[in-house]
Design a protein around this ligand. Structure first.
Ligand code: NAD
Ligand code: USQ
Length: 391
């Protein structure tokens, strides 16, 4: 299959590209290195070193595997670039990771909020338009987020909700109550994609993904030059990845507030598996399919305790020291999100265990001299917060 991977230089995009390439698909990646520039801007860097550009990464992959990955270095907000890309490559599947993915970055100030929404919403709109014009039968597999739903006081369904109102029934898109302007950009994307499916018959799968953890995949392990980025900082690092690095350098685990914030989590190996399942089982013409992509739910405090126990096994003395929550979010809430559709397609989950955390410690230990300690504690706050609910 011809597979176009948008955001192919990222944490998830690069290992996805190698996995599809290893599976015999024709793969082309696009990236404008926004993520690398944003790290420079906030004074942080990936813990695990990565090669300097996509052409270098593709050359290393060719050397190791014998397979080619095509590369375009450019911005999907640029319509001419996006149009040329779709016209020439004519993808059968489009895997869209290419957005600004950090909630704290989007909440820094007005400029970062506007940038995040413009970058994410406009580039996705360009992609939809390019599909309509140049690849109308292709299938969009778009990375959305579980955070689109927020933390409602009822069960979270997979995309849609059946309602009865004044005696009549309807199926509607599940109501969204996201907690950051980044998460909200994903809601806008979902609405635009739904529109494109209804109006133009685009095929789309919105993968509402939980928080990802993990460092290695089958292909990244083949050679140090094939590593993917691994971030632990306050702006781009995600909870479990951060806690593992903190444990390794002897920093108390930064549980925000009461630590009751519950989210869906998944291993990077399962991200790759889920995206592959979605690509190999495309949506119908005009269908807007939504899958909740995670394998387990944890509260932040539960995650911290798992890391603490794994640390003990590894000979580390790990302390948990809750700090003021820089975000405005509920710290104790109901959370029960459905996630059966990917399992129905054949997902074989890799569950979180202390052994797995210990294996992450191994990689982190090799690179711990690279940790920038000034980038551990949160620097961005959600705003004035006066009167804002925190529990
Ligand atoms: P990432 O930042 O490492 O990857 C995204 C890539 O897209 C980056 O390399 C970036 O340079 C590129 N990009 C951004 N805007 C672009 C543009 N306008 N043109 C071209 N390239 C552009 O992030 P990630 O962690 O790999 O996440 C990938 C996707 O999955 C994102 O859409 C994110 O919102 C979503 N997601 C991630 C997680 C997670 O825990 N990592 C969880 C749920 C959803
Ligand atoms: N948290 C802490 N301590 C930390 C870091 C985070 O307690 O040191 C808490 C946060 O307050 C939040 C939870 O852990 O309640 C998750 O935070 P996170 O930074 O790991 O994840 P989040 O900001 O939600 O964003 C990440 C990715 C984003 C993706 C999202 C999936 O960066 O791209 O969309 O996970 S989800 O959370 O399901 O929306």
């Amino acid at each position: 299959m011809r597979i176009l991977i948008l955001g192919g230089d990222g944490y998830l995009g690069w290992p996805t590209a190698m996995r599809f390439s290893a599976g015999g698909h024709e793969v082309h990646v696009v990236d404008n290195y926004l993520r690398r520039r944003a790290h420079e801007e906030v004074g942080t860097d990936t813990l695990v070193p990565i090669l300097g550009s996509l052409p270098e990464r593709a050359a290393a992959w060719k050397e190791v595997s014998g397979e080619g990955i095509g590369v375009t270095e450019g911005d999907l907000v640029d319509w001419d670039l996006t149009a040329d890309l779709f016209r020439s490559f004519r993808p059968e599947a489009v895997v869209h990771y290419g957005e600004q993915p950090s909630a704290p970055y989007s909440m820094r100030d007005r400029d970062h909020a506007v940038f995040t929404q413009q970058n994410n919403v406009v580039n996705t709109l360009n992609v939809l338009w390019a599909m309509r014009e140049f690849a109308p039968d292709s299938h969009l597999v778009k990375l959305g987020t579980m955070g689109e739903y927020g933390t409602p006081n009822i069960d979270i369904e997979e995309g849609y909700l059946d309602i009865e109102h004044n005696g009549r029934k309807e199926t509607i898109l599940y109501p969204k109550l996201p907690g950051s302007l980044y998460h909200l950009s994903k809601v806008h994307d979902s609405n635009n994609i739904h529109f494109a499916c209804r109006m133009w018959g685009i095929r789309a799968t919105d993968l509402n993904q939980g928080v990802v953890y993990g460092i290695e995949t089958e292909q990244t392990k083949l050679d140090d030059r094939l590593a993917t980025r691994f971030d632990y900082d306050d702006v781009f690092g995600t909870a479990l990845n951060r806690f593992c690095v903190q444990a390794m350098i002897g920093h108390p685990l930064t549980v925000y507030g009461k630590g009751g914030q519950t989210r869906g989590y998944l291993n990077i190996l399962d991200t790759l598996q889920c995206v592959e399942l979605a690509v190999l089982h495309p949506a119908e013409r005009g269908e807007f399919r939504v899958f909740n992509q995670f394998t387990e739910q944890f509260s932040v405090m539960e995650l911290a305790e798992i890391v603490q126990r794994a640390g003990k096994e590894h000979g580390l003395d790990v302390r948990i020291e809750p700090i003021d929550n820089p975000r405005i979010e509920l710290e104790e809430h109901y959370y029960n999100a459905k996630h059966t559709k990917l399992l129905d397609l054949g997902l074989q989950p890799h569950f979180l265990s202390e052994t797995l955390v210990e294996s992450m410690f191994g990689v982190i230990e090799r690179h711990k001299d690279r940790v920038i300690t000034g980038a551990i504690l949160p620097r961005d706050r959600w705003g004035a917060g006066a009167g804002a609910p925190s529990s």
